[in-house]
Design a protein around this ligand. Structure first.
Ligand SMILES: NC(=O)c1ccc[n+]([C@@H]2O[C@H](COP(=O)([O-])OP(=O)(O)OC[C@H]3O[C@@H](n4cnc5c(N)ncnc54)[C@H](O)[C@@H]3O)[C@@H](O)[C@H]2O)c1
Length: 265
């Protein structure tokens, strides 16, 4: 149990990668706040899976349940902050923040609307920024170390035509993490990014239902398969644990080798 006594908040954890992260952290002993925007059933499903994960609640501050659902739109700064404060009110403290909530919008660059640009940046970057700020204030007030883990993307490095706002948000997340790692190290706060490749989740529904596109993608993944949410969650669990105490300012790719795959036929 590497996360005994720890409290974690995972944004956007009513499905997909966020749900897998919540379950994995709980199975390592953490109490987990499950943030959702508009899918309370999904959040309750995550809570139930957290409870069944085999983890136990070890903290003296622990209430009856290992999981707790926190409603809040991470794309709205006030609600992102409130998700942090509500978690602290419920569990008494916060040790681990996973900035996972994310969206993407498909459009050629010349057709991107301001509304779609704002939607992507507000959830993927601005929400993560201010949720992290609220978490950091809490850690500084209570003079405790903490761990921040951003779920960015291979597209913090790799171009993705027709998803320019998404790439800008994830590229921004890369520098956000690098900068904070330096600024927050004196307080014992680490920050790292996990960069998934192609993971089998609802965000990829269109792709998963297009055998031709999927076939092309699979040929570009050296390990020859899509990633599973649990592949990403395993890396997050490591970074959240004391095994990663000396690790900050890095991005960890969970992509089956996709990013740096280059072959001459
Ligand atoms: N699946 C992939 O291939 C892949 C690859 C690289 C990066 N990622 C990143 O992983 C993260 C999780 O994506 P996923 O694949 O699980 O997709 P998903 O669509 O299944 O999950 C995204 C989650 O974010 C939540 N969310 C969206 N907007 C929100 C908001 N305003 N407030 C609160 N929650 C909100 C959704 O409700 C959902 O639970 C995202 O940041 C995504 O960019 C995914």
């Amino acid at each position: 149990m590497k996360l005994e006594g720890k409290i974690a908040l995972v944004t956007g954890s009513s499905q997909g990668i966020g749900q897998a992260i919540a379950i994995r952290l709980a199975s390592e002993g953490a109490n987990v706040a499950i943030n959702y925007r508009s899918n309370p059933e999904g959040a309750q499903e995550t809570v139930a899976k957290v409870e069944a994960s085999g983890g136990k609640c070890y903290t003296a501050l622990c209430p009856n349940s290992q999981g707790y659902a926190v409603q809040g739109d991470i794309g709205m700064v006030d609600e992102a902050r409130d998700a942090i404060t509500e978690t602290i009110e419920h569990f008494g403290k916060l040790d681990i923040l996973v900035n996972n909530a994310g969206i993407e919008k498909h459009a050629p660059f010349w057709e991107v609307t301001e509304a779609d640009y704002d939607a992507v940046m507000n959830v993927n970057l601005k929400g993560a920024f201010f949720a992290t700020q609220e978490m950091v204030k809490h850690l500084m007030d209570t003079k405790r170390p903490g761990k921040i883990i951003n779920i960015s993307s291979v597209h913090e490095e790799l171009p993705f035509p027709n998803f320019t706002a998404y790439c800008a948000s994830k590229g921004g997340m890369k520098m956000f993490a690098r900068n904070l790692a330096v600024e927050l190290a004196p307080f014992g706060i680490t920050i790292n990014n996990v960069a998934p490749g192609a993971i089998e989740t609802p965000i990829n529904t269109k792709l998963l239902n297009d055998p031709q596109k999927l076939g092309v993608l699979l040929k570009n993944i050296p390990l020859g398969r899509l990633g599973q949410p649990s592949d990403v969650a395993a890396m997050v669990a490591f970074l959240a644990s004391s095994d990663a105490d000396y690790i900050t300012e890095s991005t960890f790719f969970v992509d089956g080798g996709l990013t740096w795959n280059y072959q001459e036929q």
